[in-house]
Design a protein around this ligand. Structure first.
Ligand code: IPM
Ligand code: MG
Length: 369
């Protein structure tokens, strides 16, 4: 049997620090024989720009395409914000998503019982919360043409971006969302602004058609994006699966990520279409960014990164038991009061990134002996 290939991309900011911790977890799974992955690493983002003059080299993209799954930490930092758009770290990430064809971005917002007090909302509002946001990742205003900044004859400047969606782009992501809903509480909320945008009208029509044709058993509601943002803080437990476009999905998932209290806790998975041979691109990354303000201090929370690896085991390798094991280990570590600064509670002393990683590995061992 050929070994499955996993590519690790530490990236920028806190990326290398949290990658060091997930490496320990990956090594634990390999050494206990639960996985036998061939793990390689490459550069992306600002570090790639500094080394190669581009945020993503063709070679790194090719290596990602040839891997069975890719795990990235984070990209970006103030140092590179002065660069033209094409050279920015974020462009490397967008090019990688596009090059892998991962159009469905799964962003869970799950409140671990032990962390209900870490939320800025009342514990009763978030306790037991389990939402999945499915964000379209390869279309909309992020990639739409025309785009750019031009100077008008009268000397004014004009910035343009285009929101654009086709039937098939809407259908394929809606299908992923319907399928996920079936495995969960069977509820889907589709989000757009059909009250002001034609692309939103089309979105609503296509989702409605697909529902009638193939997913009548799933309870479907439609919501305008602004109302959805409001409902997410008013009563988040009304939601099961939410599906939205690239930009609204970006905003709503950041909003939802605060329900559990810390962005440092939330993983994500991005999936492509399954081809005839059963192969499906899988790209995993924490929802949080590179957090330049705390980079290099050894205090970042590595749990979103570790949980992203868990999502990889679940979605790319069909290893639900191993994924459950990671989630269980994380819960137990939190329950024991091991907390990084972002999720620390009164009376607890914050631990370092490395101590958190070690605690998870130790708990994995305890859970399996
Ligand atoms: C995210 C980020 C990215 C996005 C940035 C870094 C390009 O905000 O993954 O949500 O907007 O998609
Ligand atoms: Mg975002």
């Amino acid at each position: 049997m050929t070994k499955k290939k996993v590519l690790l991309l530490p990236g920028d900011g806190i990326g290398p620090e949290i990658t060091a911790e997930v490496r320990k977890v990956m090594a634990w799974f390999n050494s206990t024989g639960r996985t036998s992955f061939e793990i390689t690493e490459d550069l992306i983002g600002g570090i790639s720009y500094d080394t190669h003059g581009t945020p993503l080299t063709d070679a790194a993209l090719k290596r990602a395409q040839e891997s069975d799954a890719v795990l990235m930490a984070s990209v970006g930092g103030v140092k590179w914000d002065v660069l033209p758009f094409k050279d920015r770290p974020e462009r490397g990430l967008l090019a990688l998503r596009k090059g892998l064809g991962v159009f469905a971005n799964l962003r869970p917002a799950l409140v671990f019982d032990v962390l209900a007090n870490a939320s800025t909302l009342k514990p009763e509002v978030v306790q037991g919360l389990d939402i999945m946001i499915v964000r379209e990742l390869l279309g909309g205003v992020y990639f739409g043409e025309p785009r750019g900044i031009e100077t008008l004859p009268d000397g004014q400047r004009r910035g343009v971006n285009t929101q654009v969606y086709t039937t098939s782009e809407i259908q394929r992501v809606a299908r992923v969302a319907f399928e996920l809903a079936r495995k969960r509480k069977n509820k889907l909320c589709s989000v757009e602004k059909a009250n002001v945008m034609e692309s939103g009208v089309l979105w609503r029509e296509e989702v409605t058609k697909l529902h009638a044709a193939e997913y009548k058993d799933v309870e479907l509601v439609h919501m305008y994006a602004d109302n959805c943002a409001m409902q997410l803080v008013r009563n988040p437990k009304q939601f099961d699966v939410i599906v939205s476009d690239n930009l609204f999905g970006d905003l709503l998932s950041d909003l939802a990520s605060m329900l559990p209290g810390s962005l440092g806790m939330l993983p994500s998975a991005s999936l492509g279409l399954r081809d005839a041979s059963g192969r499906q691109a899988g790209f995993y990354e924490p929802i949080h960014g590179s957090a330049p303000d705390i980079a290099g201090k050894g205090i970042a929370n590595p749990l979103a990164m570790i949980l992203s690896y868990g999502m990889m085991l679940r979605y790319s390798f069909d290893m639900a038991a191993n994924a459950d094991l990671i989630e269980k280990a994380v819960q137990n570590v939190l329950r024991a009061g091991v907390r990084t600064g972002d999720i620390v509670e009164k009376g607890q002393t914050p631990v370092s990134t490395a101590v958190m990683g070690d605690a998870v590995v130790k708990e994995l061992t305890s859970l399996t002996i």
